[in-house]
Design a protein around this ligand. Structure first.
Ligand code: FES
Length: 108
């Protein structure tokens, strides 16, 4: 198996509706993951990219969150409609999608 150039982690964490932190599952994290997976399969990108559904990445109010290594770039409020842009511009084109990048204050 070739080493992937980028590894995409999509938060699909679930919590009860009354939980104060909320969760990415409530912001369609599963749908975002499925959309990434569909594109990777349709475009045969598994030699370049790897994708993993993951638990909480931290900034739950910004879901659905997507974290990409080795760059350490995190995207916020990602929807199914954003996935093609992230793949084409960033994962394949190496240009960060500025409009979706996690605001810096969430890392302080
Ligand atoms: S539940 Fe997704 S970042 Fe916390």
């Amino acid at each position: 198996m070739p080493r992937p150039q980028k590894h995409v982690f999509v938060c699909t964490q679930m919590r009860p509706p009354s939980h104060p932190r909320g969760c990415c599952a409530a912001h369609n994290g599963g749908e975002v993951f499925d959309e990434f997976l569909w594109h990777l399969q349709q475009r045969n990108l598994f030699n370049q990219l790897q994708i993993t559904a993951t638990g909480c990445l931290g900034p739950c109010g910004q879901g659905a969150t997507v974290l990409v290594y080795p760059d350490g770039v995190m995207y916020a409020k990602v929807t199914k409609a954003d996935v093609t842009q992230i793949i084409d511009e960033y994962l394949l084109g190496n240009q960060v999608v500025a409009a979706l990048k996690m605001p810096s204050e969430f890392w302080e």
